[in-house]
Design a protein around this ligand. Structure first.
Ligand code: ARG
Length: 457
């Protein structure tokens, strides 16, 4: 049975049915669809468009449909076009003529706009909870590693020493911003489109503010054409997911590098790595690689959505049905990646000795040697040049700055004294960086306190 058969004298072509249908994927939000319908009939009854008895009959039957879908008793067969038709047809089957009143003052256009918003709202909450779990893991690693030295890089070249806590702290900030983005999107989208009808509202005197309240929206949307054709919130959500994936991908890339034979900064747990079918020695970082790889897929969904929307005249167009599969895939992918990534880093071991050894090599303390000279009255540009000479000397002799004798130092600049060794030790290099946001342990402890406070809310 079709909802719109009256005007047609011929059956729909079978291929058209298959091409047009969305039930195979919009069945995903049957709960939201039924919730919306319950609110809709409640509003209709409030204005006297349905009797209280009709309302109750419909709600009871809708709840029955919900329970039957939940339990698997009612299956999605291919005879209906979409989830909206499926639920309505089932309702009519169960309660006859009263069921035919459900769609009074409503169009599938405002209905699908509502369902998708309800669904996305739930998904935003779930994604936020997953990000919070990931942040909790990151914070835990930060707390344990305030004194774990490692090299910091620019251009993937060793730059200055820092700590593992500081490195993970960078990702804490990124995922914190991601949560902020989700909450901004939620606030902007949380207005109820139901009651907008096909595009021009409805002639029934319904209380849209009441419907909005029933469904936990801040209020009703204010333009019926925009209500049924707005997919901005999906673009924003996809963009937020693309950003989350970008962060996860950068983090994955670092873990892949840290896990190489050359670095050996981390060891992945056996339960989070895979082997090779031919090379018996291999233990590969497949999870991190897959997270990095799946990032492209989520970017693709964002581009797809932007492109689908770009030429659409107001108001609803069937193109918009294409908003679903890509978005669902992006949601599943992003949620899966956050969870897997969280498990991977939770079970990862850090080779602290290797990290510290690496921090000691590669002249990561050269800036501090230059700062030493500045503190003894040498202008920074000159001290930069002097330390450059020291580095060149060390490279020729294959030693580090710490290995040079005081005589060797003095031969390049007489300003150096015995205290240079302490000034360029790994401990000093890190400890002296005390400004907020820097890796020094005092600064780090303050930031960790702020992170703890943030997660406690
Ligand atoms: N399945 C449709 C979608 O996902 C529902 C809206 C149909 N509206 C219409 N006028 N054909 O967009």
């Amino acid at each position: 049975m079709k909802l719109w058969g009256g005007r047609f004298s011929k059956e729909t072509n079978e291929l058209v049915n298959a091409f047009n249908e969305s039930l195979s994927f919009d069945q995903r939000f049957y709960r939201q669809d039924i919730r919306g319908s319950i609110a809709h009939v409640t509003t209709l009854a409030k204005s006297g468009i349905l009797t209280d008895a009709e309302r109750d009959t419909i709600i009871e039957a809708l709840k029955g449909i919900l329970a039957d879908i939940d339990s698997g008793k009612l299956a999605f067969d291919g005879t209906q076009e979409d989830i909206h038709s499926f639920v309505e047809a089932n309702l009519i089957e169960r309660i006859g003529d009263t069921g035919k009143k459900l769609h009074t003052g409503r169009s599938r256009n405002d209905q699908v706009a509502l369902d998708m918003k309800l669904y996305i709202r739930d998904e935003i909450k779930e994604m936020d909870a997953l990000l919070k779990e990931l942040l909790t893991t990151i914070l835990h690693i930060m707390e344990e590693n305030i004194m774990t030295y490692m090299p910091g890089f620019t251009h993937l070249q060793k730059a200055q020493p820092l700590t593992l806590a500081h490195h993970f702290g960078a990702y804490f900030e990124m995922f914190k911003r991601d949560r902020g983005r989700l909450s901004d999107i939620y606030d902007r989208m949380n207005y109820c489109p139901l009651g907008s009808g096909a595009l021009a509202g409805t002639t029934y005197p319904i209380d849209r503010a009441y419907t909005a309240q029933l469904l936990d929206f801040y209020g009703p949307t204010l333009n019926s054409m925009d209500s049924v054709s707005d997919r901005d919130y999906l673009i924003e959500f996809l963009s937020a997911m693309a950003t989350i994936m970008m962060h996860l991908s950068r983090f994955s890339e670092e873990i892949i590098i840290w896990n190489t034979n050359e670095y050996q900064f981390v060891e992945l747990d056996d339960s989070y790595s895979t082997g090779s079918s031919i090379m018996p020695q291999k233990k590969n970082p497949d999870i991190a690689e897959l997270v990095r790889g799946k990032t492209g897929r989520v970017y693709g969904a964002l581009m797809s959505m932007l492109t689908t929307m770009k030429g659409l005249p107001l108001a609803y167009n069937k193109d918009m049905q294409e908003d679903k599969e890509m978005t669902f895939d992006a949601i599943d992918t992003t949620k899966g990646c956050i969870s897997l990534f969280n498990g991977m880093i939770k079970n990862m071991r850090f080779n602290k000795d290797n990290m510290e050894k690496s921090a000691k090599n590669g002249f990561t303390n050269a800036t501090d040697a230059a700062d030493y000279l500045v503190n003894h009255g040498v202008p920074f540009r000159d001290s930069h040049g002097i330390v450059g000479q020291l580095v060149l000397y060390c490279i020729e002799k294959n030693i580090s700055l710490d290995d040079m004798t005081l005589e060797e130092y003095k031969a390049i600049s007489p300003v150096f004294e015995e205290d240079i060794y302490d000034a360029i030790s790994l401990k000093t290099c890190v400890e002296k960086r005390t400004t907020i946001g820097a890796p020094g342990p005092d600064a780090m402890k303050k930031v960790i306190e702020i992170c703890r406070e943030y997660l406690s809310k």
